[in-house]
Each structure stands twice: as C-alpha cells, then as structure tokens.
Design a protein around this ligand. Structure first.
Ligand code: ADP
Length: 441
C-alpha cells in the first residue's frame, strides 16, 4: 500500500511536471501548472462522485467501480470491507435463526421483555401456554396479558430466587411455574414451565393424606375412648395388663395428636382453611398462649416474659395464627430444661411485624436449621420420644406464614437456646377501630 502510494505520488508529480513543461514550451509555465492542477481536480471530483453514488447504493453482487490510481485501491478495499460485513451479517442472522428455531422447539414458554414489561419476543410454546398472539401482542405490556396480581408483584419485586406458580390465563387447567432472569439493560427473560402433572400429583398427595387422616380419626377415637376407660379402672385389672394398657393409652393419644396435626396441615396446605382476612389481636392471642404454656410447663417452672410494643391488629386467620404461635411457644417449653427462661415478643419496625419466641433451652445445631420445617424432621431424633411431639409443628408454622405472606427465621446454637421469629409484611398491620381501643382501656 505504501509502495502504491509513493508510485501514485510520483505519477501525479510527473503529470503536473509534464503540463508545466508544455506551458514552458509556450512561454507560460504557470498556466501549464494551473491546467495540470485543474485536470487533476476534475478527475478527483469525478472519482469522488462515483464513490458517493456507489456508497449510496452498494449491492452484494456488484463489483467495485473500476478506477485508476489510488481511487482504484480505495474502491477495492471498500468493496472487500462491504463483502466481509455482508458475510458477518449472514452468519449472525443464521445464528439468530438457529437460536429462535431451538427456543421455538422448546416445550417451555420463553418470553423477552424490557424492564417495564413491554413484550419484545416470545416462542411458540409461550403462545400456546399463555395465549399470546404473534400479530397483535408485540409491544404490549405483559401485565395486560397476564393479569394475575401475584405475577405483577413477582415481576416488580426483582427477587427471582424462587419461582412463581400460577394458572395459565389462557388455559386455566394448565398450571405454570414462572421463572424470571434479568439480562442486558434490566431486561427480563421469562420462562414458563407447564407443571400441571406435578401440581396434580401434589394435590393428590395432599388429598390422600387429608382423607386417610380423616378416616383414621373415628376408629382411633373409639380405641382411645376404651383405653381411657380401662386406664381409669386400671386398679381392677390384673397387674401384668396395667403397664400394657397405660402404654397403649399414651401411644393412642400420640396418634390422635399426629392425626389432628396432619388434618390441620393438609387443610392449611390445600387452602381449605382459607385466610379470611379477619383481624387478629396478637397481644391477646400471645397472652392466652402463654397461659396455656405455663400450664404445660407445670413442674418445670419456666419463667415467661411477654413483651408487646405495638397494639395494632394483624390481618389474618386467627385459628391458623394460634396454631403457628402456640407450636413455637410449646416447643420452647418442650426443649427448655426446668427453670429456663422463655421470652415472647411482638414488635414492629419499617420492614413489618415480628413475633419472636426465644428460649434458653438446648438449642439446635445450625446444620439442621434449613431442614427443620420439613415434615417429621427432627434435629435430635433420640429426644423427640420424651417430648411427645408430632414432628409436624414447624411444618404447620411454615405453611401458616406462607398463607400470610410471611416467613420464619430460626436462630440457634447448641446450648445457647433458640429464637424463632415470624416475620409479617407491614401491609398486614391495621389500626384498631377507636371504639375497640376505648373498650380495652
Ligand atoms: P416436634 O413435634 O418434634 O417438636 P417440630 O416440627 O415442632 O416437631 O420441631 C422440629 C424439630 O425442631 C424438633 O424435633 C426439635 O428437634 C427442633 N426444635 C423445635 N423447636 C425447638 C426449640 N425451641 N429448641 C430446640 N429445638 C427445637
């Protein structure tokens, strides 16, 4: 290129020298130079015009315009750049088509939106699962097409660690699991998975547990009733039967407690026991639960402290909340040695409302904490026989809190006691009606 450039420069200089010499021959070398420069300028303008026209309408098949001198090199190099650009464009287009074809072949619905939820692209499965229409829905807000309030708050929350489950807006019999990922400039990639089969299996499992527990309750009540009568008349029985009858009575009452908890859990899970958004006086509820807990503590003589700093009401189902809170307080009694201290607090701050149950008991090894709310999970299986627990208490607490948009936090270390905190969102707090406040004063 450098060589060509010096050759072109030599050619221009010799051309100009030639015209100057011709001018000198006629006694006017300056005119000769001017004529030479004019011819050069005209030639340059002509080439610039060709370049301009070609750049305005380049075509993939066209050859570069033929030209002389360095203009020829410029045309050829531009032509090569243009061809490379077209090849890259083709390759990218082929790749995009391939990605689109593969996502179209996916059974999951895939949707791309911008940060505000404007629909940009979606695959064929999204059309089937969510009822989107290719021709009319581009540029629409996704919230206008999926109107479930839970979806809007999930989309806006930007916390996508857990997926969301909803019914399809277009086909209500389809149950969808929605997972959102952030990408690019705060854009969203939404994946909708059809989990109808799993949902039905889970529903069947819940129904089965609920029905079996229900069916077992009546025969068990009869057995327990007879056993209690036998225990009452134990003195009249032959001595070798007394122990057996007492053990049978104790085990049957354990089974009754288990069945009661199973039925309660299945009701809370299936939504049969819906959260009537009635108002619960947590202050009063805690006082009642602590009174029962003192009776349960009996000879163990635990010391109770109740600390209520907010007297507003909590929106939520009172019987569910009673089950959850009493499970926590009774656990504190069960897992705290005699004379221990149990503190129940109800406090609020900017994040929301918090019920804490703190004890000075045996504590839990932190490795068990993530699994404690699973059904029948026990941190120390050797101990549960003494406590007579069903192993369902914390599972009930977790589901009650889920029904109230809350969550459970567990802080504990072996030998250092435990603290179980139920967090509720601020929106669940409600001021007392003036007459109610006046009534309690
Ligand atoms: P359980 O009926 O066995 O008490 P839960 O679901 O209520 O069942 O509790 C699960 C497990 O969590 C218990 O078996 C126990 O190991 C542990 N646990 C619960 N509460 C406490 C507590 N306050 N202190 C120590 N361990 C606890």
């Amino acid at each position: 290129m450098q060589d060509n450039w010096s050759r072109y420069l030599r050619l221009i200089i010799s051309g100009l020298a030639g015209t100057t010499l011709v001018g000198l021959y006629f006694g006017e070398p300056l005119y000769g130079l001017v004529v030479g420069l004019t011819i050069y300028l005209w030639l340059t303008l002509m080439q610039a015009r060709r370049l301009f026209r070609w750049l305005a309408h380049p075509s993939a098949t066209d050859e570069a315009p033929r030209s002389i001198g360095f203009w020829g090199d410029i045309f050829n190099n531009l032509h090569k750049l243009h061809q490379n650009h077209l090849r890259t464009q083709d390759r990218l287009r082929a790749q995009i088509n391939r990605v689109q074809e593969s996502t179209n072949a996916m059974r999951d619905g895939v949707i791309m939106t911008d940060a505000r939820g404007t629909m940009e692209w979606w695959n064929g499965s999204a059309e089937y699962l969510l009822g989107f229409r290719r021709n009319t829905d581009r540029g629409q807000y996704i919230h206008n097409l999926i109107r479930t309030p839970a979806f809007k708050s999930y989309f806006d929350s930007r916390d996508y660690r857990e997926p969301l489950e909803i019914h399809s807006p277009a086909r209500p019999h389809i149950h969808l699991q929605i997972q959102i990922s952030l990408f690019g400039d705060d854009d969203r990639l939404i994946v909708a998975k059809d989990v109808t089969r799993l949902y039905q299996l889970e529903q069947m499992r819940r129904d089965f547990v609920g029905n079996v527990s229900h069916e077992m309750r009546t025969p068990l009540t009869v057995i327990s009733g007879y056993l209690e009568t036998l225990v009452d008349h134990a003195d009249e029985l032959p001595p070798k039967w007394r122990r057996a009858i007492r053990t049978m009575a104790a085990q049957s009452s354990r089974m009754e407690a288990l069945i009661t908890d199973l039925i309660l859990l299945s009701r809370i899970e299936t939504g049969e026991q819906t959260v009537h958004d009635s108002l619960t006086d947590v202050d009063q509820l805690i006082q009642q639960i602590c009174q029962d807990a003192r009776a349960l503590s009996g000879e163990k003589q635990h010391e109770f402290t109740v600390n209520v700093t907010d007297h507003r009401l909590l929106k939520g189902d009172e019987s569910q909340l009673r089950s959850a809170f009493s499970n926590l307080v009774f656990n504190a009694v069960k897992y705290t040695p005699a004379g221990g201290h149990i503190t129940v607090s109800w406090t609020t701050n900017r994040e929301g409302a918090h019920l804490s149950v703190k004890d000075t008991g045996i504590g839990i090894d932190p490795v068990h904490i993530p699994r404690l709310t699973e059904r029948f999970y026990r941190a120390d299986p050797s101990r549960h026989k003494d406590t007579g627990g069903t192993g369902l208490g914390l599972a009930i607490v977790k589901h009650v809190l889920l029904n109230h948009d809350g969550n459970l936090e567990i802080r504990s270390r072996i030998g250092d006691g435990s603290e179980f905190i139920c967090h509720f969102p601020r929106e669940r707090l409600e001021e007392r009606a003036p007459e109610a406040t006046a009534g309690t004063e």
